[in-house]
Ligand binder design. Structure first.
Ligand SMILES: *[C@@H]1O[C@H](CO)[C@@H](O)[C@H](O)[C@H]1NC(C)=O
Ligand SMILES: *[C@@H]1O[C@H](CO)[C@@H](O)[C@H](O)[C@H]1NC(C)=O
Ligand SMILES: *[C@@H]1O[C@H](CO)[C@@H](O)[C@H](O)[C@H]1NC(C)=O
Ligand SMILES: *[C@@H]1O[C@H](CO)[C@@H](O)[C@H](O)[C@H]1NC(C)=O
Ligand SMILES: *[C@@H]1O[C@H](CO)[C@@H](O)[C@H](O)[C@H]1NC(C)=O
Ligand SMILES: *[C@@H]1O[C@H](CO)[C@@H](O)[C@H](O)[C@H]1NC(C)=O
Ligand SMILES: *[C@@H]1O[C@H](CO)[C@@H](O)[C@H](O)[C@H]1NC(C)=O
Ligand SMILES: *[C@@H]1O[C@H](CO)[C@@H](O)[C@H](O)[C@H]1NC(C)=O
Ligand SMILES: *[C@@H]1O[C@H](CO)[C@@H](O)[C@H](O)[C@H]1NC(C)=O
Ligand SMILES: *[C@@H]1O[C@H](CO)[C@@H](O)[C@H](O)[C@H]1NC(C)=O
Ligand SMILES: CC(=O)N[C@H]1CO[C@H](CO)[C@@H](O)[C@@H]1O
Length: 743
């Protein structure tokens, strides 16, 4: 046995060696790397010639350097991408001008009743002239420019501050609503090339319309969720940056290109419903890097927390961006399966039509195949179903949603599958009428099949039902703790992300399946991708009323005014919803804000052990220094929430220094109110903050003590500053989680 293995192993090595040597003749394979150089230097500077000369130093040859350079970034920050061998990569990482070098990774996409549900009604206070000056940038799969949601009727001229362009490719026209478009397809690793910013997947059209789409009356998906579709800021402008292919895939290298342009073009808010799935080092992550430079320019980046659903899975975790979780709204969409004996079973599905007729033959996977046997047949495994046998029938497949492609390929009338993935219980659209049942209900259907001579069933068009438990964080929504910066609580906030109606690309199929020939202008979707543009729209709304506010002031106003969520209905509590549920109206009048400066972000990086010369390059300021013997840690950042990871089973005393800025009433006195679990002692000094003028700052310290936490547990409290009019709330979370048990 052992011999056999070693023989095949050496054969394999030999084979790899030969193939490798034959293909490039080089001792090392070249791969695409991103060379990140931080901020742009002051004065006249030619990024591309600097990039070429750095490459020339490293590869030692001018022509080779030219051919290795792929893209120069240099409008908003400094860096480039290039083909490098591993040796060249190591050499370039030592270069004094370089902050980090990393492989481009795969990045992917993760009526609007939702706005009414949050209290942002159609007749809410707006300043249309200011709102129409706000530009929301969306980095996604592109946009469908002809959608009614982006029509420019009644829009005035493009804001004069706009420095962007309409470079959407062939047959792509912008207008006074959709004022800019660009696309990024240089790097086809992980993705398929495309030739325009036109959205053929629907995702980018959807997110752009949730953030800033027009009012569109009578929008619905086949009559479902009918109402007025609208974004958070219907009068605002949109700029679309297409970095993702039709399947929603992109790479760091393309995402950086989109950030580089969007910041320089002059967007006000960036909505980024993308992620890498599980956080990565913040200096080698395109979204983190882009968002850092955006925040320097006063642009808040709003990003998706991810759809992994487990503890520790939250993505986009840097403090200079707002990270969004997804939760339910009071509307839920379900579909009924009616069995021949009259029993009705309910599942979360969006079915667009009633089958014409009352009952149809119901058959098992075994009866739908001529070629497959056993479990494969029962599961309706790929290629098993025979069109003749399933035509006009509803097929029961002992599988989760994977069987749906096979059932639709074979042309069955409808299908019944089960749902055994706990986080996958939201209502989605499938290519054929579908019943998506719990495993218990599914076995009732199997019993019925076995016990009945001529089993029959019908699958009804979906119904909208009231969900009185809302908002509850979706089980798919990624949770903290933050595995990169354990003292920054992430996600920051939750927003509607389940069964939301918004604009779509008619070139795509609503279920995403090639077997689905429907083409629609509005569709229903779920996920943190859907929640993100809600928060971006709310950020743009705050920006429209306070054009001068910094990115961190807007972030703070959204977080401290969030609705308090019910911890008993959300087992992971703050790790699931952060500060709570987005409340766009109250966010416009927060009273106090926790503002964070670039200097503090840099100090945080110092405390995390980043090399000072790299921090200087990142900041673009040669004077930046890390304070000697600094006791600062990320919990000391002036962040609107407070979190700390303490050593298990040990008593702790932790201080959180904070400073608030008065943006409410000039003369006001704020008092501190604390609510806490009994095992935590929380005190605030001072407890009263008297303000005499606007923009005045006051500092205080929150001290949290406890006797010790068992591993993998947490305790929470909250601090509310109130002047009788405003409530400024910050959650406080003390936890002890072993990150290796989470990853
Ligand atoms: C990358 O894309 C941009 C924009 O399409 C283009 O200007 C540039 O030349 C491309 N670079 C390469 C190396 O293809
Ligand atoms: C910081 O980076 C510079 C430039 O790459 C390098 O020379 C220096 O040794 C680094 N310092 C430390 C402490 O790693
Ligand atoms: C432009 O694209 C739209 C949408 O795909 C299509 O309907 C139209 O025919 C195209 N026009 C041209 C000139 O290709
Ligand atoms: C679908 O069929 C059910 C049961 O036959 C009926 O109650 C319902 O009204 C129908 N819905 C539509 C939209 O036709
Ligand atoms: C999803 O499952 C959770 C937990 O089982 C449940 O509380 C929630 O209501 C379900 N949501 C939907 C939309 O079915
Ligand atoms: C129903 O029949 C199928 C196929 O014969 C069998 O695999 C399954 O165990 C039966 N289910 C029940 C609940 O008896
Ligand atoms: C929103 O603000 C109003 C007035 O400023 C206040 O009365 C209300 O309680 C706030 N709502 C929430 C959910 O905090
Ligand atoms: C850096 O410090 C020097 C000396 O203190 C000062 O003259 C210069 O203006 C500073 N530069 C910046 C960008 O702050
Ligand atoms: C604000 O404070 C000043 C000085 O203490 C006082 O004269 C003024 O009446 C106060 N204004 C309000 C609205 O309370
Ligand atoms: C919390 O700190 C401990 C060490 O004290 C560390 O092992 C663990 O990974 C940290 N947890 C997280 C989530 O960062
Ligand atoms: C582009 C840039 O500003 N690079 C700087 C990075 O830091 C080194 C060392 O301080 C400088 O020499 C570079 O000019």
């Amino acid at each position: 046995m052992a011999n056999l293995c070693s023989i095949s192993l050496s054969f394999l090595l030999f084979f790899v060696y030969v193939v490798h040597g034959y293909r490039d003749g080089d001792q090392q394979k070249k791969q695409v790397y991103i060379v990140y150089m931080g901020a742009l230097p002051d004065g006249t500077y030619s990024p591309s010639s600097h990039h070429s000369s750095i490459l020339e130093e490293v590869v030692g040859d001018r022509d080779l350097a030219e051919s290795s350079l792929l893209t120069s970034y240099g409008r908003s920050f400094n860096g480039f991408s290039a083909y490098l061998t591993d040796q060249e990569r190591q050499k370039i990482a030592q270069h004094e001008a370089v902050v980090s070098v990393f492989r481009s990774r795969k990045v992917q996409i993760q009526t609007t009743r939702s706005w009414d549900f949050m209290g942002l009604s159609e007749n809410v206070h707006r300043i249309p002239s200011q709102e129409s000056d706000v530009i929301v940038g969306v980095i996604d799969t592109g946009i469908w420019p002809e959608s009614e949601s982006f029509d420019d009727k009644n829009f005035g001229p493009v804001p004069s501050k706009w420095k962007g362009a309409c470079m959407g490719g062939k047959n792509f026209t912008c207008n006074k609503k959709l004022i800019g478009a660009r696309y990024y397809t240089n790097f086809t690793e992980y993705m398929k090339p495309f030739d325009s910013a036109r959205d053929r997947s629907g995702h980018g059209t959807f997110t752009a319309s949730v953030a800033a789409g027009n009012y569109v009356r009578g929008a619905s998906f086949y009559g479902l969720a009918q109402g007025t579709a609208r974004g958070g800021v219907p009068s605002a402008r949109i700029a679309a940056y297409r970095a993702c292919d039709d399947n929603g895939f992109s790479s760091d290298a393309n995402i950086l290109g989109a950030f580089d342009d969007a910041i320089a073009d002059g967007v006000d808010i960036l909505s980024v419903s993308l992620g890498i799935a599980f956080a990565f080092d913040i200096s080698t992550n395109s979204i983190s890097i882009g968002a850092f430079h955006a925040s320097e320019k006063g642009i808040l980046t709003v990003a998706a927390g991810g759809n992994v659903g487990t503890l520790g899975s939250v993505d986009n975790v840097s403090p200079w961006m707002l990270t969004v979780a997804a939760s339910s709204i009071d509307r839920q969409i379900i579909s009924k399966l009616v069995l021949g004996d009259g029993r009705t079973l309910i599942g979360p599905v969006v079915n667009s039509l009633n089958l014409t007729g009352s009952y149809f033959p119901l058959i098992s996977g075994l009866e739908g195949t001529k070629t497959c046997k056993g479990e494969d047949a029962k599961r309706c495994a790929s290629g098993c179903l025979d069109s003749e046998l399933v035509k006009g029938k509803i097929i029961v497949c002992r599988d989760n949603s994977n069987a749906l492609d096979e059932a639709s390929r074979a042309g069955s009338l409808g299908s019944v599958v089960y749902n055994d993935v706990p986080y996958y219980n939201y209502s989605d659209i499938y290519p054929i009428p579908t019943s998506f049942l719990s495993t218990d209900d599914f076995s009732l259907v199997e019993d019925y099949l076995n016990s009945t001579k001529e089993p029959r069933a019908n699958i009804l068009k979906s119904e909208v039902i009231h969900n009185s438990e809302a908002p509850v964080v979706a089980s798919l929504s990624s949770r903290g703790p933050n595995l990169q910066i354990s003292e920054i609580l992430k996600p920051d906030i939750t927003a509607p992300g389940l069964s939301i109606l918004a604009a779509f690309s008619p070139a795509s199929s609503p279920s995403g399946s090639p077997n689905d020939k429907r083409s629609v202008k509005y569709v229903i979707m779920s996920g943190t991708s859907v929640a993100t543009p809600h928060a971006a729209g709310a950020a743009a709304y705050v920006k429209s009323l306070h054009p001068e506010w910094s990115a961190s002031a807007i972030q703070s106003s959204l977080m401290t005014t969030a609705w308090h969520m019910d911890a008993s209905a959300n087992p992971d509590a703050e790790f699931a919803y952060g500060a709570g549920h987005l409340n766009p109206v109250n966010a416009t009048n927060p009273g106090l804000v926790y503002e964070t400066t670039k200097q503090e972000y840099l100090r945080m990086l110092c405390s995390m052990g980043f090399n000072i010369s790299k921090i200087r390059n990142l900041s673009g300021d040669k004077n930046t220094s890390c304070p000697a013997a600094d006791t600062f840690t990320p919990k000391d950042l002036n962040y609107p929430t407070m979190a700390v990871n303490v050593t298990k089973n040990k008593p702790f005393t932790v201080s959180f220094p904070r400073t608030v800025t008065n943006v409410g009433l000039p003369n006001s006195t704020y008092k501190a109110y604390i609510t806490s679990e009994t095992a935590l002692g929380v005190s605030v000094k001072p407890r009263i903050l008297p303000f005499k003028s606007l923009n005045e700052k006051k500092s205080f310290v929150v001290v949290v003590t406890g006797k010790g936490l068992q591993e993998n547990t947490k305790l929470s409290a909250s601090l509310v500053w109130t002047d009788g009019i405003h409530s400024v709330r910050s959650p406080i979370v003390v936890y002890s989680f072993n990150s290796t048990s989470l990853a």
